[in-house]
Design a protein around this ligand. Structure first.
Ligand SMILES: [Zn+2]
Length: 340
């Protein structure tokens, strides 16, 4: 038995020397195989002879073998780190430098606003609907109670792709397509790009995101419209937010309103962002005109509904105090990473 204890002590001594003398990863691996290799390693050879010992002697030698194995394994690991660091230094790399945090990207501010709006309306029972960006003039105007010679058709100043085919000037055609495809009750929000022949300046863009809502059922009233939009404003702008409705005109709603929210930047006291009024215009809304229901084959005597539309881009400008809408389109990382 003392033979085996002596051999284990010799193995530890030689192992320490071999490990500290290994100059690279290959030499270190060779030492590991020679000392602790499972098949032909020195330690394995010693352990094979445990069977020759008496049952009383075995635990003591076994414990000594385990200790040597632990010591050598620890030394191998420590030396591996040193050898690797040396290789890095030889290659001109300083492994002690702190790491560089990778840039992780950020969602575009308009996307952030849209995602919040989705979440609010989803919790109010709305589903998302989509439609094509290239539309016919019937879906974009006629079905929405806007004859092509109607002044509102001029008001839009539309991009035509071909006679009768255009880039939609609002997301309202999605209302028409949804009502053609489904019977009431309808409760949708329709996000998407819309296009208008506007100059590209600090407050206009020829293409921008719009988000529209439509609710149709029996017995839907103006009260439902006001309650829905007031709740929406509280959830998006905070519990203090109030809304007000100003009479307005849209061909596809009657009555129609511009919806203002109390300025969330100054607490409705009046600031440059709200032009001193304490209010910010956030959307248009109204009760669906019966002529729209007739265009899609709904019975206007039976069904009523409301619709609203807003520009998430404009809300993002207001919320983040962005002075120029063109910043939203330039994909400048220095601008965008401020919203991460
Ligand atoms: Zn204000």
């Amino acid at each position: 038995m003392t033979d085996l204890i002596d051999e284990l002590e010799a193995l530890e001594r030689e192992g320490r020397e071999a490990i500290s003398g290994a100059r690279d990863a290959a030499a270190l691996e060779a030492a590991r195989v020679r000392l602790l290799g499972r098949k032909d390693g020195r330690l394995t050879a010693i352990l094979r002879r445990l069977g020759d010992l008496s049952p009383e002697e075995r635990p003591r030698v076994g414990a000594a073998a385990n200790r040597v194995k632990e010591v050598l394994t620890g030394l191998l690991e420590a030396r591996a780190v040193e050898v690797e660091g040396g290789a890095a230094q030889a290659a001109g790399i300083d492994p002690t430098l702190p790491g560089r945090r990778p840039w992780r990207g950020a969602r575009h501010p308009v996307t952030q606003v849209m995602d919040e709006i989705y979440a609010i309306f989803r919790s109010l029972g709305f589903t998302r609907a989509r439609g094509p960006e290239a539309e016919t003039d019937w879906y974009n105007f006629t079905a929405l109670n806007t004859p092509l010679d109607h002044p509102a058709a001029d008001m839009h100043d539309t991009f035509y792709l071909a006679p009768g085919v255009l880039l939609r000037s609002h997301t309202s055609p999605v209302q028409i397509r949804t009502m053609q495809a489904y019977r009431p009750p309808i409760r949708i929000i329709a996000p998407g790009m819309v296009y208008r022949r506007d100059p590209f300046d600090a407050s206009h863009a020829p293409g921008f995101d719009q988000l529209e809502g439509l609710v149709v059922d029996e017995g839907v009233s103006l009260v439902d419209l006001k309650a829905t939009l007031a709740e929406f404003a509280r959830r998006l702008f905070g519990p203090e937010a109030r809304v007000r409705f100003r009479p307005s005109f849209f061909p596809f709603t009657e009555p129609s309103a511009e919806v203002d929210v109390s300025c969330f930047l100054c607490g409705a006291k009046g600031c440059p962002a709200c032009k001193g009024t304490g209010w910010m215009e956030i959307m248009g809304a109204g009760m669906v005109d019966p002529a729209v229901f007739e265009a899609v084959g709904y019975d206007p005597e039976r069904y009523t509904g409301f619709a609203f539309g807003m520009g998430p881009g404009r809300i993002a400008l207001q919320r983040y105090g962005i002075p120029d809408i063109r910043l939203l389109y330039e994909s400048d990382v220095r601008f965008l990473e401020q919203f991460s």
